[in-house]
Write a protein that binds this ligand. Structure first.
Ligand code: ZN
Length: 93
């Protein structure tokens, strides 16, 4: 096990040592998940996932939420059907 020591700064800030950031590929603006297990705190990188299926790849952001292109296509398909019916009813009363 490799361990590092970091000091807690004002407002609870902790600077992760560069070795830690490189080992688990943490970049600026990434999210971290903290999990307390007894007297230990486990820190892991939190990956963005699709809010519907949990997929981590091929995501698009919409209003600060992420969804995969497959779910996005499914949603767009659901939205387009009622719009077409409404348009037809208006055009042919
Ligand atoms: Zn999805």
């Amino acid at each position: 096990m490799v361990s590092f020591i970091a000091r807690v700064e004002k407002e609870g800030r902790v600077f992760l040592p560069v070795q830690v950031r490189e080992q688990i590929n943490i970049r600026s603006r990434d999210l971290l998940k903290f999990c307390r297990v007894g007297e230990y705190i486990i820190v892991e990188k939190k990956y963005q996932t699709c809010i519907f299926c949990g997929q981590r790849h091929d995501l698009v952001e919409f209003r600060s939420k992420y969804l995969c292109r497959g779910c996005r296509s499914g949603l767009l398909g659901m939205v387009s059907v009622p719009v077409r019916k409404a348009h037809l009813q208006v055009a042919h009363p």
